[in-house]
Design a protein around this ligand. Structure first.
Ligand SMILES: NC(=O)c1ccc[n+]([C@@H]2O[C@H](COP(=O)([O-])OP(=O)(O)OC[C@H]3O[C@@H](n4cnc5c(N)ncnc54)[C@H](OP(=O)(O)O)[C@@H]3O)[C@@H](O)[C@H]2O)c1
Length: 320
């Protein structure tokens, strides 16, 4: 098959579309003929040599895909050759074929085109596991989403609204804030011009944070009593100072989690939760996948440049 390989750590031009050996399905795995994959911020770090794949994972980039099952290994439950599916991957999505444990495979939500389905696994699993399973966002509570126009943000806004929450966002331009409001957000801050911690002080029951250290103090200020801060990105650094007195005064909590390194069984629980709780909302039209661009699978460099430019809103797909 052909796949995108990282010839050496570096800029987008180190991504090369090459012949590589076909994946074979191990026990408990299916092989998917890939229709589309999607670009994630983590892929940029992997390309630069800062985010190696977990032990045993493919070193081909790509954390999600959609396509058709073409082979099944022993011990797979609930899937058959020919099924149209999407999947959460530990790697290997930028390719014509990929092998993946069946627990990380999900049916394509009804009504979603096969290519568009590749935009969903990472964002749906990340938002469902962090905002709903870990932080237990409840109806009527307020969620603050940083980077509301990101792939993660566009799904988080819509899912939280569908579950009856009040949604606050930050984004990097007035235009992006406006797009977040169009997606259902109730209030937004252009973080380049306004201080979100002032505007949203003591109001957020849950914060979905992608910035990390740089926002730690401000996030604690924005938390309501009993608030839950979940950190899923560290674009603003990893080491910050946490005022435990302020946290204690609010009876608040901080957690952090990555999806890629979780054991297969945990990913399976998350995927089943997504199929049960998120897919019906997509099929009913209450949540719309936000796809910014479709780029040919063989030109991952272009897709990486697009993501790095920050011009996008939602997801960038690699399609065949
Ligand atoms: N832990 C996990 O399991 C997990 C899984 C998936 C993703 N993530 C993380 O989630 C984040 C989003 O991922 P993605 O793939 O959706 O990437 P993406 O679309 O490129 O989003 C990055 C976002 O960061 C925003 N941003 C940058 N500086 C900001 C600031 N100071 N304040 C608020 N927002 C800021 C950008 O907003 P503007 O463009 O508006 O400036 C942009 O929307 C990344 O940090 C990624 O690593 C974590």
């Amino acid at each position: 098959m052909r796949a995108t390989v990282i010839s050496e750590p570096g800029g987008p031009d180190v991504l090369a579309w090459e012949e590589v050996p076909d994946p074979r399905p191990a026990a408990g795995q299916v092989v998917i003929d890939v229709k589309a994959s999607a670009v994630n911020r983590a892929d940029l770090l992997q390309r630069q040599g800062f985010y190696p794949p977990p032990k045993g994972a493919s070193d081909i980039p790509g954390l999600e895909c959609s396509g058709m099952i073409s082979e099944i290994g022993p011990g797979v439950e609930g899937f058959a050759v020919g099924d149209h599916v999407c999947a959460l991957l530990a790697g290997g999505g930028y390719a014509e074929r990929v092998a993946v444990p069946w627990q990380q495979v999900m049916p394509v939500p009804e009504g979603v085109p096969l290519d568009v389905a590749a935009s969903l696994p990472e964002v749906a699993c990340t938002v469902w596991s962090n905002v709903f399973m870990t932080a237990r966002l409840r109806k009527g509570e307020t969620l603050l989403v940083h980077g509301g126009a990101s792939g993660i943000g566009t799904l988080a806004i819509q899912l939280a609204k569908a579950y009856g929450s009040h949604v606050l966002v930050t984004a990097g331009s007035d235009e992006k804030v406006r797009r977040c409001l169009d997606l259902g957000a109730d209030e937004g801050v252009n973080y380049r011009e306004e201080d979100f911690a002032e505007k949203f002080k003591n109001r957020a029951d849950v914060i979905l944070d992608i910035i990390g250290a740089k926002y730690l103090r401000k996030n604690v200020a924005a938390l309501a009593t009993g608030g839950r801060l979940v950190v899923i990105g560290m674009q603003g650094g990893t080491v910050g100072e946490l005022d435990l007195g302020r946290l204690m005064g609010k009876r608040a909590s901080v957690s952090a989690a990555g999806l890629r390194v979780r054991p297969v069984e945990e990913k399976g629980v998350i995927c089943r939760g997504v199929v049960q709780n998120v897919w019906p909302l997509i099929s009913a039209g209450a949540i719309k996948p936000v796809v910014y661009a479709e780029v040919p699978m063989s030109d991952a460099a272009q897709a990486h440049r697009m993501l790095e430019s920050g011009e996008h809103i939602g997801k960038i797909l690699l399609v065949r």
